[in-house]
Design a protein around this ligand. Structure first.
Ligand code: HEM
Length: 435
């Protein structure tokens, strides 16, 4: 559509005006240069009913979102370093991934459940302070809630709630099921938060929930109007699971798929791992600076696959003019991250898989400002650092231990992806051989 109508075009969904921004220039102009106007989220009735406009991802732009994001972001930063560092937890989680993969011997297997379990467990470690065995019934319950929740909210009948919100209360079919799932998730997470409250040790916070609860207590002493409370925490934990699981799982799956399709590049990544880390030591984030080829490979997979292709919708909070176009207040804005990462004006041969585009003549990494799979501006992904840490440590561990290939008789996989909330690869099988 951009090739017919230009890089900024609009259409209506019902009576809602939607503007799509297709190139880096317009996305940056809106989300960075005019951040104050372009950082709100649309009010979608089904989303508002489920989130009560709390949490971070779908919260309206304003002081409450700002306070909650700033504090949550500072907690996430703690997990990069110090006592709460997630690095050993990710390395520990990889041991289970390895064990599970080895169970398949030389036979083909679908890597999705293993990677999904591992990524979900990392979010569990971070937010709840514990990992679960893959066969644990509590863990299966969490995973099941997430997939059922997403499946049900994408159900077409439920979209009727967006036209008329009282449909949400209908006592049958998917409406009833949605309310039941919401109730189950609430009971489950609220119990975990209550348990944390009871065992809270101010001197020794263990996880995200502990650190948030301590802040709630602190705020209660000093600020009677504080937005920090146990109920708000519940929505933030939900956001960490929603925003952090599918995205990272699919990015890792795409990495495995691209490595299987490009054995020459897989070999070069392995050579770098062998040279910098060796075959036995577990990777560490401190290795990253010496591994530009590996980093460039992960970035190139992210560029081609863009797991959040239309970002998360934004909304204008005022009438404004963007690059000559008048955009009314309340317009839904879709930053098309997918198209800007394939823009031939920025990326030479944009459809080719070519990690070297991120390297200079000396083989050093080039940071490109037009590479923005995590978005830009005030709403930029809050988990960007964490996601990069997970991607690097998991990807390097996988490549260090196994060679990945497609089964001999398999059809060539479709690389366009399957669009749900994120862009996932179509299911595929792999075979592994031990390094
Ligand atoms: C490869 C993995 C990931 C990718 C590609 C990704 C990408 C994105 C993108 C494109 C956005 C929307 C930005 C916008 O609205 O302009 C976003 C928002 C967000 N992400 Fe991520 N994300 C990833 C992993 C994570 C993880 C691991 C977490 C946390 C545990 C996380 C937490 C969030 C949150 C809380 C927001 C909402 C920010 C706000 O509205 O203020 N993400 N992410």
């Amino acid at each position: 559509m951009a090739s017919v109508y230009g890089n900024i075009y609009s259409f209506f969904i019902g009576h809602h005006l939607v503007v799509v921004l297709n190139d880096y220039h317009s996305v940056r102009e809106a989300l960075v240069q005019q951040a104050e106007v372009f950082s709100d989220r649309p009010r979608v009735p089904i989303v508002s009913l489920l989130t009560r406009e709390k949490g971070i991802v779908f919260a309206p732009y304003g002081p409450v979102w700002k306070q909650q994001r700033k504090f949550s972001h500072s907690i996430l930063r703690h997990f990069g370093l110090g006592k709460l560092s997630l690095e050993p937890k990710i390395i520990e989680e990889f041991k289970y991934v390895k064990e599970e993969m080895q169970k398949h011997g030389e036979g083909p297997f679908n890597p999705f459940p293993i990677i999904n379990n591992a990524v979900a467990n990392i979010i569990c470690s971070l937010s709840l302070g514990q990992r679960f065995d893959y066969t644990n019934s509590e863990f299966k319950k969490i995973l099941n809630f997430m997939s059922r929740g997403l499946e049900v909210s994408l159900n077409s009948q439920l979209q009727l709630i967006n036209i008329c919100s009282w449909f949400y209360y209908l006592p049958f079919g998917p409406f009833k099921e949605l309310r039941q799932i919401e109730k189950d998730i609430t009971t489950f997470l609220k119990k975990i938060i209550r348990d944390h409250r009871e065992s809270l040790d101010a001197e020794n916070p263990q996880d995200f929930i502990d650190m948030y609860l301590l802040h709630v207590d602190e705020e209660k002493k000093n600020n009677s109007n504080s937005s920090f409370n146990d109920n708000y925490l519940f929505y933030i934990i939900g956001d960490l699971f929603i925003a952090g699981t599918d995205t990272t799982t699919n990015s890792l799956l795409w990495c495995l798929l691209y490595m299987s399709l490009n054995p020459g590049i897989q070999e070069k990544v392995y050579e770098e791992i062998e040279r910098v880390i060796g075959a036995d030591r577990a990777p560490s984030l401190t290795d990253k600076a010496q591994m530009p080829y590996t980093e460039a490979t992960i970035m190139e997979v992210q560029r081609l696959t863009v797991v959040v292709p239309l970002s998360i919708p934004h909304m204008t909070s005022e009438k404004t003019v963007l690059l000559g176009y008048t955009i009314p207040k309340g317009t839904i804005i879709l930053p098309n991250l997918w198209s800007l990462h394939r823009d031939p004006a920025i990326w030479e041969k944009p459809d080719d898989f070519y990690p070297n585009r991120f390297l200079d003549d000396q083989g050093q990494l080039i940071k490109k400002e037009t590479f923005i799979p995590f978005g830009i501006g005030k709403r930029v992904c809050m988990g960007e650092q964490l996601a990069k840490m997970e991607l690097f440590l998991m990807f390097v561990s996988l490549m260090q231990n196994f060679t990945f290939a497609l089964p001999k008789d398999s059809k060539k996989p479709i690389l366009t992806g399957k669009y749900g909330l994120t862009l996932a690869p179509h299911p595929f099988n792999l075979i592994i051989s031990k390094r």
